[in-house]
Design a protein around this ligand. Structure first.
Ligand code: ATP
Length: 231
């Protein structure tokens, strides 16, 4: 479904990704681990088409999307929950969710019931401004907005960052529900190791723009992974 093959990415003269390859499959969570600044966000942005790669290919559902713009990738089924959430602070919760309609044909412009089943707080707060929500509620809103797009691939950038434990649990449950439904592929960037390990089917560890370790979560050597992501 998603096939990232040997991509390189530069910010000016600085190389941020070096020969990175990764796959994601429906019904599975691919987790990307690594210290700060090793290129995890850059990899997600490359997948979503927000940063152009300088070499390598990205294919999605059998199509080469390496040069496809981010809007077209979103219409094609790739939704990103960015680091920092990017909620519109002055729009209501409902309006924030509706920004996810952009890629959808008119008849499909409804908010799927699962958004409120997974995150009931959003239903209670539909008319509140995005900027008035807590960080955890904003994170739920950011995930809800991505789900409005009915994505085939959901990429999440550190969804637990700065979030209180009870909401981290809700987010973990939501990711598990979406994974178990079986029709969505998920790529999860996380620094919170236990959260990532519990959700992962497969994982990669990045260091300085490269993947230095990868495998199935079932066969993960936790000590080795922890050693590589320790600060
Ligand atoms: N827009 C940019 N321009 C120049 N350099 C950048 C830019 N964005 C990121 N970088 C650099 O690219 C490297 C990878 O950054 P990236 O944000 O992808 O890492 P990360 O693993 O996601 O880190 P974090 O966990 O802190 O988000 C870092 O050295 C960073 O300073």
């Amino acid at each position: 479904m998603l096939n990232v093959d040997n991509i390189e990415l530069h910010y000016g003269a600085a190389q941020a990704l070096r020969g990175v390859s990764l796959t994601a499959q429906p019904g599975k969570v691919m987790t990307v681990l690594g210290r700060n600044g090793v290129g995890k966000t850059t990899l997600l942005r490359a997948i979503a088409g927000r940063n152009p790669v300088s070499a390598g290919t990205i294919s999605f559902q059998g199509q080469d999307v390496t040069r496809t713009r981010s809007e077209a990738r979103a219409r094609g089924g790739i939704a990103m929950v960015p680091q920092g959430r990017e909620i519109f602070p002055l729009l209501s919760v409902k309006e924030n969710l509706e920004t996810g309609f952009a890629r959808l044909p008119r008849r499909e412009r409804t908010i799927p019931a699962e958004v409120f089943e997974l995150f009931p707080v959003l239903k209670d707060m539909l008319s509140r401004r995005g900027g008035d929500l807590s960080g955890g509620q904003q994170q739920q809103l950011a995930i809800g907005r991505a789900l409005v797009m009915r994505p085939d691939l959901l990429v999440l950038d550190e969804p637990t960052e700065g979030i209180q434990p009870s909401i981290i649990k809700d987010i973990g449950r939501a990711i598990t529900f979406l994974r178990n439904r079986g029709d969505m592929a998920i790529v999860l960037v996380e620094q919170y190791f236990e959260f990532a390990r519990d959700l992962a089917d497969d994982y990669v560890v990045m260091d300085r723009g490269e993947i230095t370790l990868s495998g199935t979560a079932a066969e993960m050597d936790e000590d080795e992974v922890l050693r590589r992501i320790a600060v």
